[in-house]
Design a protein around this ligand. Sequence first.
Ligand SMILES: Nc1nc2c(c(=O)[nH]1)N[C@H]1C(S)=C(S)[C@@H](COP(=O)(O)O)O[C@H]1N2
Ligand SMILES: [Mo]
Length: 196
Amino acid sequence: MSDPGSQSVRDPSERVPPGQTLTEKWPVLHYGSTPRVDVARWRFRVFGRVEHPIELTYEQFLALPRTSVTRDIHCVTTWSRFDNTFEGIPFREILRLAPPMPNARYVMVHAEYGFTTNVPLDDLDRDDVLFALRHNGQDLTPDHGWPVRLVVPHLYFWKSAKWVRGIEFLDQDRPGFWERNGYHMRGDPWREERYG
Ligand SMILES: Nc1nc2c(c(=O)[nH]1)N[C@H]1C(S)=C(S)[C@@H](COP(=O)(O)O)O[C@H]1N2
Ligand SMILES: [Mo]
């Protein structure tokens, strides 16, 4: 698959945002414990400011078209990791299946155990945002978000919700879990949008 936005050819010194340090291993970071997900009961819901809400089973979700992107990731706790290849369902595929109403500008991402994170719709309506199933050629491990995690590579990694269960379109922005606890509403690592 072609991936013109891949950064792997760029000079490494230009690829690390301010205040970040490169790591080779992939740290595991989240609030609470890793959920045990039963894929037979798993559903992916699209709701809120949408004409026709949808609910997909795991089987239906897996049958959607796939894409693959290679991107650097940046955690607000200051680690960055280069060249992560994620494979999954493009966010735009979900937009196509359940188009939001015209005044929907924000998305609340919902995950297991009530974890949420808010992201402007413009930051999700990009061809490198996806609901990832695999990382570097392997299925995601439970710690990294199996069965499905969001990946928004150009924002701090807390926006990339693990164990995602659906998205809610909103007219007005509303803080998610970390955002209510002081994190930034958008989270651009190049502007160091760490705290709100
Ligand atoms: N459901 C859920 N997703 C989450 C979090 C969380 O606490 N719960 N933490 C976020 C944070 S702060 C980071 S840095 C990344 C870490 O992903 P990783 O453990 O795969 O590196 O997951 C994000 N997604
Ligand atoms: Mo994080």
